[in-house]
Ligand binder design. Sequence first.
Ligand code: OGA
Ligand code: NI
Length: 399
Amino acid sequence: MPIHDNNTTAIKVKDIYGFSASRKKMHGSVIEKREWICKLRVLEQKQGIPSWAKSLPVESIQEIVRKNPSIVPERYVKSHEERPNQNSLSPLTSQTPTIDFSLLSQQNEDELQKLDLACKEWGFFQIINHGVSENLLQKMQATAAEFFKLPIEEKKKYAMASDDIQGYGQAYVVSEQQNLNWGDLIYLQIFPSRYRKMSYWPTIPEFKETIEDYSSAVNKVAVQLLPNISVILGLDKDGLHGLHQEIMQGIRMNYYPKCCKTDLVLGVSPHSDQTTITILLQDDDEVGLQIHHQTGWVPVKPVPNTLVVNVGDVLEVWSNGRYRSIEHRAVTYEKKERMSFATFIVPDQEVELEPLDQMMDRHYGPRMYKKIKYGDFVRHSLARKLAGKTHTEFLKIET
Ligand code: OGA
Ligand code: NI
């Protein structure tokens, strides 16, 4: 049965995400959508699904631009040092490395060496022949586009609560004065499925199926990539996967509206990810992602049907800095909006994060990072404005 977008349309509870278990608690089998979302949220709170952090609600930038495309509100203007002007670009013309996933699965030595170099020198690489079908990549992009096209009132039903990171809004907003990014997002926890909060999942047709299919396919890529990274770090094949205890996976869907002053704003300000690895799908036709490499910012030119992988803070700690999480940012466009989809692969919250013994021998030098529970690291990072790699500084052992 189709689910309509206005507030008053009655919908059958069991038609949405199979939540028939809670049906009896709600009066009858037919309720209003808004009411259903509220009740589901109460249920999720009772279930104790973690929230991780707070983020203050802010107005949708997509909506600000829709109302008045020719203004850039003060709160979005970056400092002179942060502005993405031409001088900030690296003079290097080199491209991020490309890894052929099909060669990795055949344990091709040369490709493994390339992967090691990519992680060590770039912290970013693109993968081809990753096994996620072109059709699924396109479906993912089209489904998310449908969500961002919805009227604001409809999108707001999935708005992030002020004490949560799941939902529609902006992340890492910790003060009323804070400078903001030229981008809206919806973040959903995917695996383990007990951490899902279905009240934040848009009920547009095929949304759930598409996100699930795409996330399962990307999970397969991650689960195949980790043994290869383990091997090049000199660990057992299952080393890195095992260290996660249970892999946690979330997806952040980013929407960057057009901007009339692209040199003043950033879609995402410079940061590194608090992940083991991040797997990003980006639009084919615009170069939005830039990574910090050597002396400046290098654009990551999209190649159709590739996925971009980056090393996150967790891998930096485990590898004792052999692989470093690299700062990256996203710029905006004047003529076209852009979307990107970041899948975050992280360990269980209870995992004690610290450099692996094998990474601290004569070869790799002394221990560089302290020991911290992954959940505590995330809470520490999310409680502040994300600024470059400052959230990783406190992980380091003072020298
Ligand atoms: C992110 C991110 C970059 C992009 O979501 O963490 O870095 O290109 N996104 O949108
Ligand atoms: Ni990122």
